[in-house]
Design a protein around this ligand. Structure first.
Ligand code: AMP
Ligand code: ZN
Length: 151
């Protein structure tokens, strides 16, 4: 069993590792992926460590999806290039899971983007921390304004 200090996402939730935060409450935390498939790629994670889906409280799992749904809606209205959304979750190494603190990817899509589901785990666009912070701020402010799914 990992201790929180061994798990990068536990350290992010605790504030001891850097993150560009999009959303937080007592159960769910969302932040920008550091190697985004496209600009605006967000990770939604449970606050309390759960390595796999099977370790995740069902109500928290439901909440994870609800927050992802609302972030997807906010992303579409944020000014980020987004003509569609992929939600993606890798449960287990064979499924492509690399960080063993379960997480739901919210990935903006647009015509002609570089995101190929088969090559997805190897591809990312180069971004600076300033760009990650700006993108997080865009989505944060869209969450708070004129949304069709209130948070
Ligand atoms: P998965 O392959 O589904 O386990 O995805 C793990 C994701 O976590 C990858 O997209 C990584 O880019 C992302 N990631 C790993 N470390 C960090 C970090 N410190 N901050 C933000 N995203 C991270
Ligand atoms: Zn963890």
């Amino acid at each position: 069993m990992l201790s929180p200090s061994d798990c990068i996402f536990c350290r992010i939730v605790a504030g001891s590792a850097p993150a560009s935060v999009v959303y937080r409450d007592d159960d769910v935390f969302a932040f920008m992926d550091i190697r985004p498939f496209n600009v605006g790629h967000v990770l939604v994670v449970p606050v309390h460590h759960a390595a796999y889906l099977a370790d995740l409280d069902l109500d928290v799992g439901g909440k994870l999806f609800r927050i992802a749904q609302q972030i997807a809606d906010a992303t579409r209205r944020s000014g980020i290039r987004c003509e569609g959304i992929n939600l993606f979750l890798a449960d287990g190494a064979i499924a492509g899971q690399e960080v063993f603190h379960t997480h739901l990817h919210v990935i903006p899509r647009f015509d002609g983007d570089e995101f190929d589901l088969l090559d997805a785990l190897a591809s990312f666009v180069k971004v600076s921390r300033d760009q990650l912070d700006d993108t997080a701020a865009n989505i944060r402010s869209a969450i708070g304004s004129g949304h069709s799914h209130p948070l």
